[in-house]
Design a binder for this molecule. Structure first.
Ligand code: PMP
Length: 476
């Protein structure tokens, strides 16, 4: 059997291999010696309790009948996931999968992290109530802890139940504070699924054509496909033009992710955010950083994604990993801006309730105790290096990007033309799942692997992921 060296490691080459492609580690694996050559999932000392609930087919049938017809699922035969532990998930048969995607959607420090679970359960046993009306120290403690993670005068927290709500509130505050209406967001960004946020979400894939006036979409500072390569200030000129020619000159806000998540792990070109922030502030507007995906140490080098760009926003929004999967979001801003909501009654019944904030506080403690930001940097850099070296072997990889444990691999059928490899990526995703790796996908054309695992991901997990990707790309 011929083997290739990948990034200093010996990796299996399936192209040179006579192996038939079979699912990894399934019960029906007739030839043990051949199976032993396939990439191996790192050992993990945990077995979930037996599952006695309905089968995948039964759940799917019920879901199709009673849940929104807009809801979608990954994989032709969707997985029925019934247990989770740290960076692993288990299906109804107890089969283990490496979760290389759920880190953003739900968990930042690991599925069912015992300390987070304990904090949530203890608070639930003691008291669950609304956030407003009465005092409860848990809510205030988490707000204080969150504010301590912020630069400058970003010290006041409004809690919400989701990222959408956080961004809606941020836009409302900016409009009230500035007295202006116009908002600028970037094409290919994602900010939520309610009225203003859906319109700020410029990607037509995600928005319905229900027009909200006054939302403008600027050129994406896309370092892979963009007109100006990595020259951030050049893309920023488009924002100047929008301010001059597209608005009355009065701008409420600019909103952006430092690394576009849904948009395919697109790190904004360097120099873009500082230039845009200056223009927006000159026009009297506020700068909003959407940290729903890139916050909480995920990028490794910094706690917040915007910090890598050397800017300090006026408003920061967050959700998802903030509570390790519990419904929670937040808007953090300055005391001055925060005051704009005091001239009317504003409240959010459950945003930041005691149970959710107990979970949020536990997440911050775990991040610190287990040095998960440092882990994101170490393991993320290693994983990125291995993915970059895969490019030498597989023409289909057009780009590897991102930082920390927020990485993207863009697949193209022609590197020069950058033709999106849409069919291939769907096939690879299925094959990788068969071998025990769950990976995400996104980007404008849906041809980018999104790798955003829980932050407890290890180097062995990274090796397994890359070996499985390598093996299946070799078989294309
Ligand atoms: N902002 C960003 C950057 C997101 O990725 C998302 C969700 N994908 C949202 C906002 C909206 O969050 P939610 O789904 O919790 O409303």
């Amino acid at each position: 059997m011929k083997r290739f060296i990948v990034s200093g490691r010996r990796a299996l080459s399936a192209r040179a291999s006579p192996l038939p492609h079979r699912p990894f580690a399934t019960a029906a694996q007739p030839d043990e010696s051949l199976a032993s050559l396939l990439p191996k999932m790192p050992p993990f000392d945990y077995s979930p309790p037996p599952y006695t609930g309905p089968s995948a087919a039964e759940v799917l049938q019920k879901r199709q009948r009673y849940l929104s017809p807009a809801i979608f699922h990954f994989f032709k035969n969707p997985l029925n996931l019934v247990d989770g532990k740290m960076q692993y998930l288990f299906d109804e048969n107890g089969r283990r999968y490496l979760d290389a995607f759920g880190g953003i959607a739900t968990v930042c420090c690991g599925h069912c992290h015992p300390e987070v679970v304990e904090a949530i359960v203890n608070q639930t046993k003691r008291l669950q109530h609304s956030t407003v009306l009465y005092l409860n120290h848990t809510v205030a403690d988490f707000a204080e802890a969150l504010a301590s993670k912020m630069p400058g005068d970003l010290k006041v927290v409004y809690f919400t139940n989701s990222g959408t709500e956080a961004n809606e509130l941020a836009l409302l505050m900016a409009r009230l504070y500035t007295g202006c209406h116009d908002v600028i967001s970037i094409r290919n960004g994602y900010h939520g699924n309610a009225a203003a946020t859906m319109n700020a979400t410029a990607q037509s894939n995600y928005k319905f054509n229900v027009v909200q006036a006054g939302i403008h979409h600027s050129l994406n500072p896309d370092q892979y496909r963009g007109l100006f390569g990595s020259d951030g200030p050049k893309y920023a000129r488009d924002v100047d033009e929008i301010i001059t020619y597209g608005t009355t000159g009065c701008v409420a806000a600019f909103i952006a992710e430092a690394i576009q998540g849904v948009g395919g792990i697109m790190e904004l070109a360097p120099g873009y955010l500082p230039a845009v922030y200056s223009s927006i502030r000159r026009a009297g507007g506020l700068c909003i950083a959407d940290e729903v995906q890139s916050g909480f140490g995920r990028t490794g080098s910094h706690f917040w994604g915007f910090e890598a760009h050397g800017v300090v926003p006026d408003i920061v929004t967050m959700a998802k990993g903030i509570g390790n999967g519990i419904p929670l979001g937040a808007v953090v801003t300055t005391p001055d801006i925060a005051k704009v909501l005091t001239n009317r009654t504003y409240f959010n019944t459950f945003g930041g309730n005691p149970v959710c904030t107990a979970g949020g506080l536990a997440v911050l403690k775990v991040l610190e105790k287990e040095k998960l930001q440092q882990n994101a940097l170490t393991v993320g850099s290693y994983l990125k290096e291995r993915l970059v070296s895969l490019m030498e072997k597989h023409e289909i990889i057009g780009d590897v990007r991102g930082r920390g444990l927020m990485l993207g691999v863009e697949l193209v059928t022609d590197r020069k033309a950058k033709t999106p490899a849409k069919v291939e990526i769907a096939h690879l995703m299925e094959q990788m799942k068969e071998m025990g790796v769950l990976i995400g996908k996104g980007g404008f054309f849906g041809n980018v692997f999104r790798i955003t695992p829980p932050l407890c991901f290890t180097k062995d997990d990274a090796d397994f992921l890359v070996d499985v990707m390598d093996y299946n790309m070799s078989k294309l």
